[in-house]
Design a protein around this ligand. Structure first.
Ligand code: KG4
Ligand code: ZN
Length: 338
């Protein structure tokens, strides 16, 4: 079955064509338009501007993936769109267009949970992980450990009680004066940092459990940054050192919790997905750590870690193939538990 996927939950417009099933050709085309330039001057996503830009970009992107893949619109057999969680106005753009196209083409439509999209994104790669596995979902809005038995059978093992990992990256980047969106910029800066200079805590690792708390790390970053500025030290180096300490703390905290989660679930596979899983240091440390325990680690290529239409097309395909579809109505679910 050939499925069109549409993602508009935040500040990326993503569209893709995915063909599943035993004879399916997999991901035929995908295109992402990032709105970061629009939001950069405000230092964060402006919901109203996000919705307006999705409206401008969505149809041209759909045309682009059809052209790229050489697929005729008439051969699309289902439309999957992100229905939540996310910004309500932005979600409604994708939901309205996705539902309308499905109706016009006479094919089923399916509302996809954004985090299920992230969670299944590693299945777009070869080799794809087999079930069951533990998923570490680390995005701008969520940090969750999920026990995944099969598609649709998810159990949350732990999650952040405050900031998501990506949110902590972005806020710390802002403290250090890096331009929005700060996460990737902070990661680049950290490469120049001295890991010995500062040691930030590994929050909530000194007690049992699989929940996270990342909001305190930005306070550590702020205090360290204010001290070096008051003392007029080499600011550039200090900034890199703080970035390094912050990244190290997040990565190690995630490692510790993943180790526990894999043990608790008794699985041999771990997947990572969501924007923060594009982090190079996290990937290499997780690979090492898990290899030593005989656990295989899977993650999508970097462009499929951040928001994209391919993961929505895949998740929608799986749901449609299992016989799910919805009545002729649509809505957005800004808050929606996995
Ligand atoms: O999954 P995603 O694109 O959107 C959400 O669903 O939230 O994740 C975006 C988040 C942002 O917070 C961004 O700063 C972070 O992922 N991110 C990174 C890196 N690339 C993206 N954080 C750390 N290191 C990176 N290389
Ligand atoms: Zn996301």
């Amino acid at each position: 079955m050939l499925v069109l996927g549409i993602e508009t939950s935040c500040d990326e417009t993503g569209v893709a064509l995915f063909e599943g099933g035993p004879t399916g050709r997999g991901l035929l085309a995908h295109a992402v338009y990032s709105q970061t330039a629009i939001h950069a001057e405000y230092g964060g996503v402006v919901p109203e501007l996000a919705s307006r830009d999705h409206i401008r970009k969505l149809l041209p992107l759909i045309q682009e993936v059809l052209d790229q893949s050489g697929v005729e619109a008439a051969s699309v057999e289902g439309v999957a769109y992100t229905a939540g969680p996310g910004l309500v106005g932005a979600l409604l753009v994708g939901a309205a267009l996705g539902r309308s196209l499905a109706w016009a083409w006479g094919v089923p439509a399916i509302a996809v949970h954004h985090m299920e999209g992230h969670l299944l994104a590693p299945l777009l790669e070869d080799p794809a992980p087999a079930f069951p596995f533990v998923a570490l979902l680390v995005s701008g809005g969520h940090t969750q450990l999920v026990d995944v038995q099969e598609i649709g059978r998810y159990r949350i093992l732990g999650e952040s009680v405050d900031d998501a990992a990506g949110e902590a990256f972005d806020k710390t980047a802002k403290i250090l004066g890096l331009p929005y969106p700060g996460g990737p910029a902070l990661a680049r800066l950290a490469e120049q940092g001295d890991p010995q200079r500062y040691r930030f805590p590994r929050p909530m690792t000194d007690r049992p459990g699989l929940d996270f708390s990342f909001s305190g790390l930005k306070t550590f970053a702020l205090n360290s940054w204010q001290t070096v500025r008051a003392e007029r030290e080499d600011l550039e180096q200090a900034r890199a050192d703080i970035a390094r300490a912050f990244e190290e703390a997040v990565v190690e905290t995630l490692l510790i919790k993943c180790r526990r989660a894999v043990e608790a679930a008794g699985v041999e596979r771990l997947i990572m997905a969501g924007g923060v899983s594009a982090n190079r240091r996290l990937r290499s440390r997780m690979d090492q750590e898990m290899a030593a325990r005989g656990v295989s680690v899977f993650y999508p290529r970097a462009e499929l870690c951040t928001d994209n239409g391919a993961m929505i097309a895949l998740a929608g395909h799986e749901r449609l193939a299992a016989g799910q579809q919805e009545a002729l109505r649509f809505g957005a679910r800004p808050r929606w538990a996995l």
